[in-house]
Structure formats: structure tokens, C-alpha cells
Design a protein around this ligand. Structure first.
Ligand code: 0CG
Ligand code: SF4
Length: 319
């Protein structure tokens, strides 16, 4: 059987970031330390494969704290939680571990600092995303104004234009956010906030890697989940930078290889919550259908790692 050649360009960096790595490790270490079940509020990261692997080890995923019975440990997902959640956990004397990414916590502290300095805060982000709910929930209800796009900036009503600060979601499109922040600065020249935005290194690097590959391929697959903000942004970036035939795939079994018959060059990347084994699965299937050559296109390396929360490192005290 002769198979036609397919060149796969693999983006690098791709896949797990330091915050995702840490969050998954938190669940694993908590399971070892406390024993199953350990409850997790919201998907620890936005990936079904990760969630199901942890479920197999004894993690139980819920959406709200009131679904966790008294007396069991609970972990908060990497996306962050409103202040009311740990407050409620303390009230119920629950043992909780916060797996919020340190780069999301940094944005929470920025928002709090601006608020304590008397500024009103604008959050650039996507309504309804758990990170946005968590960041807004760092401050009293109604104090953070959410803007999603340029129209929202134009319509924004603020208390005092000279006493305004902004923060952003960490997983946005770098280019779209630059436009929104420019528009904010144009309307409010005394706007306080980061020089550019609060988009994390992982989001920035994965978008840059996609920009390097998109113009060179006929189709680009982003391995990730539809509720993963950073993954969905990679699909958009690829489409805007030379590869209109870009799409999200959750698993290898979603790919119909007969549809790829005319494709000679295929780009592949993965969102920050998608494990590398899902890419390996796709490469294995690709080799079954085509004569594959893999080239990795790297725009740089990442070396950042985050420590586990202290509570997991301390020996368990017995009464
Ligand atoms: O990209 P978002 O914020 O939706 O999260 P995901 O779980 O996909 O990845 C990084 C984290 C946390
Ligand atoms: Fe942290 Fe960025 Fe990873 Fe989110 S995508 S967990 S902010 S490093």
C-alpha cells in the first residue's frame, strides 16, 4: 500500500504550561496525601482527558462548593475563584487547596491594589469565563467593569476618568487585547495598569508559535477543548495569520483522515491544558494513513515552574 506524503509542522511551545502542570499535580498530591475522594470545584483545567484521568484516581469534579459533602478536601481550579468561595470553605471548616495559577493570583492582587488606592477597575475579558468570574469576585460586587471588545470600551461609563485602572484575563488574544487597551488609553489617558496587559507567557508564546506556522500549512489543528479560552484563541490566531482552515480537535478520533487527502502540510499545536499524549495519538493515526515527516518549529523555550502550595508539602498532622 503506498501512502501520500504529509509534512506535519509541530508548534513549539505547545501544550501544558506551568500553571496547568502545577494544578494537575496539586490534585495528584492531594489524592496521595488525603486519600480518595478529593473534590475539585470546576474542571481543574479545561480538558476532559485530564479530568477523566484524575477521576480514575479518585477525584470528584463538581461545579459548586455546596456539592461537596462536609469533611472532604476540596481543590479550587487553576482559573481562580471569587473571594466568597474560600470564605465559604472556611466557614464550613473545610480543608481546601487553591490551585489558582500564580499568574492569575497576580492579577487578583493587582485589582485589589488598584481598588485600595481608590481606583475603579476595568477588566478586559470574556463574560462568563471562570477566570473572569474569579477576578471580578476579588472585589465587592459592581466595582469591576467588564469590557469584552471595542464597542464595550466606547460605551463605558466610569465614575472618574482620572481614577481608573485596568487588568486583563490571562488567556486573551494578544493582538485583540492590544487594540482594546489602546482604545481604553485613548478614552482615558490617565488609565493605570500594566504596560501592555496581563496575558501570561504561555498564552503569548503559543500564539507566537502559531503565527510562525500558520502561513506555511494548508490546515492547522489545535488540540484543546471548546471551553478552553487559550485554545480557542489559538484557532482564531491561526485563521487570521494565513491558515483559514484551522480548527479545534479534542481527540484524534475527531479527525476524518479522508478529508485531509489533499493536504500536504499540516500544522499542529495544543492549548495550555491539552496533554502531549493527545498529540502523540494524532501523530500515530497520521502515520497509519500517510507517509509522515514531522518538523518542529520552535520560537523559543520555556523554563518557568511553580511551587506547590505549602499545605501539600507539610506533613499531615494527626490530632
Ligand atoms: O484557557 P482557559 O483559561 O480557558 O483555561 P485552560 O484550563 O484551558 O488552560 C489554562 C488554565 C488554567
Ligand atoms: Fe497560568 Fe497562563 Fe497557564 Fe493559565 S495559561 S494556568 S495563566 S500559565
Amino acid at each position: 500500500m503506498s501512502t501520500s506524503p504529509l509534512t506535519i509542522l509541530l508548534a513549539s511551545p505547545r501544550g501544558f504550561c506551568a500553571g496547568v502542570d502545577r494544578a494537575i499535580q496539586i490534585v495528584e498530591v492531594a489524592l496521595e496525601k488525603y486519600g480518595a475522594p478529593v473534590y475539585v470545584r470546576h474542571e481543574i483545567v479545561h480538558n476532559r482527558f485530564v479530568v477523566e484521568s484524575l477521576e480514575a484516581k479518585g477525584a470528584v469534579f463538581v461545579e459548586e462548593l455546596d456539592q461537596v459533602p462536609d469533611g472532604f478536601p476540596v481543590i479550587f481550579s487553576a482559573h481562580g475563584v471569587p473571594k466568597s468561595i474560600p470564605a465559604e470553605a472556611r466557614r464550613r471548616e473545610m480543608l481546601y487547596v487553591d490551585a489558582t495559577c500564580p499568574l492569575v493570583s497576580k492579577v487578583h492582587r493587582e485589582a485589589e491594589r488598584h481598588f485600595s488606592e481608590g481606583r475603579q477597575i476595568v477588566l478586559v475579558g470574556h463574560a462568563g469565563h471562570p477566570e473572569v468570574i474569579g477576578t471580578m469576585g476579588q472585589l465587592p460586587e459592581g466595582t469591576v467593569l467588564l469590557v469584552e471588545d471595542l464597542d464595550d470600551v466606547a460605551a463605558l461609563q466610569v465614575k472618574d476618568p482620572d481614577n481608573l485602572a485596568y487588568v486583563t484575563q490571562t488567556t486573551l488574544s494578544v493582538d485583540d487585547t492590544a487594540r482594546v487597551v489602546d482604545a481604553l488609553r485613548a478614552r482615558f489617558p490617565n488609565l493605570h495598569g500594566p504596560r501592555r496587559e496581563d496575558i501570561c507567557y504561555a498564552t503569548t508564546n503559543r500564539q507566537a508559535a502559531v503565527k510562525a506556522i500558520a502561513p506555511k500549512v494548508d490546515m492547522l489543528l489545535v488540540v484543546g477543548a471548546p471551553n478552553s479560552s487559550n485554545s480557542m484563541r489559538l484557532v482564531e490566531v491561526a485563521k487570521l495569520h494565513g491558515c483559514p482552515a484551522s480548527r479545534l480537535v479534542r481527540r484524534a478520533d475527531e479527525i476524518d483522515w479522508s478529508e485531509l487527502d489533499g493536504i500536504g502540510r499540516l500544522g499542529i499545536t495544543a492549548g495550555a491544558s491539552a496533554p502531549e499524549v493527545l498529540i502523540e495519538e494524532i501523530l500515530r493515526d497520521a502515520r497509519a494513513h500517510r507517509d509522515v515527516t514531522v518538523e518542529e518549529i520552535s520560537i523559543g523555550t520555556e523554563s518557568i515552574t511553580f511551587k506547590l502550595p505549602r499545605i501539600l508539602l507539610e506533613p499531615e498532622t494527626t490530632a
